[in-house]
Design a protein around this ligand. Structure first.
Ligand SMILES: O=C(O)CC1=CCC(=O)O1
Length: 247
């Protein structure tokens, strides 16, 4: 699987991978990249089915998405990295922490979905809607979950969602609808920073907070007055937390 990625920062610095949310591209990390690249070789990638990465027909699984990241590390010749992921990228991070512990130093996982719980049907329905009508059918509702109403600059993210291949988006919904990462949380050995937000209606805080007790040594931050895409809306809060955890 060929994943598209953008690399910033010194070649010889420690590597940090950035894994983005469903319906976005690596460009969603713009508010983090310049800050992290002062200390790290930052590699922000597009999941399969997103951005400029390959978009094979779905359904996809979390094993596919996590395996793609390991293949990317192999292609780049990187033995070990740290990993920051939000939302879908956070779920992939949980999978990597459980399935490839020798490849990663530290994880920062924001608003990660760990299981579909009552939402499995919602993911199936959303995949069907997007296959039938395109991502424009879910764009307004998605932006309302991503940002609080007073956030001014949603257009770049709207465009990323509209440009996401319909099949890639739908196939990643199916991955989220069939992923349950709760069983092996206690086996995670890497230091994990978990971040949730008070007003996240996509992956509500009550689904993230229990992960902090289940992952040995995990540190939890709950951000006030923020919705799902907190990296984009609140970089002034998130960037210092990432730097402190990764450094
Ligand atoms: O679109 C949403 O509801 C937000 C979301 C959930 C998982 C993900 O990656 O994005």
């Amino acid at each position: 699987m060929r994943l598209n990625y953008a690399e910033t920062g010194p070649d010889d610095a420690p590597v940090v991978l950035l894994g983005s949310s469903l319906g976005t591209t690596h460009a969603m990390w713009a508010p983090q990249v310049s800050v992290l690249a002062e200390r790290f070789r930052v590699i922000a990638f597009d999941h399969r089915g997103h951005g400029e990465s390959e978009a094979p027909p779905g359904p996809y699984t979390i094993d596919d998405l996590g395996g793609d990241v390991l293949e990317l590390l192999d292609t780049l010749g990187v033995d070990q990295a740290s990993y920051v992921g939000i939302s879908l990228g956070g779920a992939v991070g949980l999978w990597l922490a459980q399935n490839a512990p020798d490849r990663f130093h530290r994880f920062a996982l924001l608003c990660p979905p760990s299981n579909p719980s009552d939402d499995a049907q919602m993911w199936t329905d959303r995949a069907a809607t997007v296959r039938a009508e395109g991502t424009q059918a879910i764009t307004d509702a998605t932006l309302e979950r991503w940002f609080l109403p007073d956030f001014p600059d949603v257009d770049p993210l709207r465009q990323q969602l509209l440009n996401t291949p319909d099949e890639g988006y739908a196939a990643c919904c199916e991955a989220l609808g069939t992923t349950d990462l709760r069983d092996k949380l206690g086996d995670i050995t890497a230091p994990v920073l978990l971040i949730t937000t008070e007003q996240d209606t996509s992956i509500p805080p009550e689904t993230v907070i229990p992960l902090a007790s289940a992952i040995p040594g995990a540190h939890l931050e709950i951000i006030e007055n923020a919705a799902h895409l907190v990296t984009y809306s609140h970089p002034e809060v998130i960037n210092p937390l990432l730097l402190a955890h990764l450094s």
